[in-house]
Design a protein. Sequence first.
Length: 316
Amino acid sequence: MGDSFSGTRVGVQVLVLAALTVTLFAAARYVPILGILVSLLAPAPILLATLRHGFRTGILALGLSTLSLALLFGNLQSTIFLAEYGVMALVMAEAITRQWSVERTILASTALPAVASGALIALLISSVDFSTVQQHFEEDLSQTLRQLLSDGAGLSDEALRAYVQEAFGTIVQLLPALFMLSTAAAALLNYGVVRLVWGRLENRPPLPMIALAQWRAPEVCVWVLIASGISSFVPLPGMQIVGLNVLLLVSLVYLVQGLGVVVFYLNRASVPPLLRSLAYIFLVIQPLFLLGVAAFGLFDLWFDFRRTGNKREETP
């Protein structure tokens, strides 16, 4: 009797978590901008189901979610969900179960979904007319820019078209790096949310966290940065594209290390939470300061700005 009740309770939890996953993923279709951010949390319920009840239960929750999305939005949307968020949830759950470090967990939860989704996207692109996709993108971007620039702000149709074509070319070249960055952001977000929920729901040891104030990039990253910077100037289009993508990714790594330096000194000065939040917002809205933070992260490799740390400064 007890086993039957326990099995029923697990089944109900799986149904609820699967429904929550579908709701989160569907938010991107119905709520502009905010819905896209909410949809990034779609892997979290499947991750919780897997951690609480095992890998088979996680597969069941993922299967129910994928089937529901296929019935609601079609096979394409459900396949994209499975390749990106489904793989992310299962890989992250397996990494947490194996007690991997946070860095290794996030890396695996970024790389494998990116490979699966990249293969799917490549297959889709090969089956459609790329010029048609480019035309639709340029038309949508032109309309958006005209609205943002008050009906073009005096720009001629030729100038606007040239700008849009250049922007499209840049986005296409940097698409692999941008896709990896978005996947990494989703992995970090889901790990953080599940860590918060796990600490409140489970009487188990909390999931590990990154001490940002003390985090450092591997030393090999500086050589990757130098090599990618040189490659981006080589007069070979293919090598330039690879160099630019790798340069963007490694620059983000040093931006994170630079943020660690900033957090270190905010902790050292005992800055109140309100002022700390304002400092973070200021960094986000001022891209030039983000470049400075990334430079701090890079030079921290040689100058070790945090050599005088103490226990209070080690907290994120």
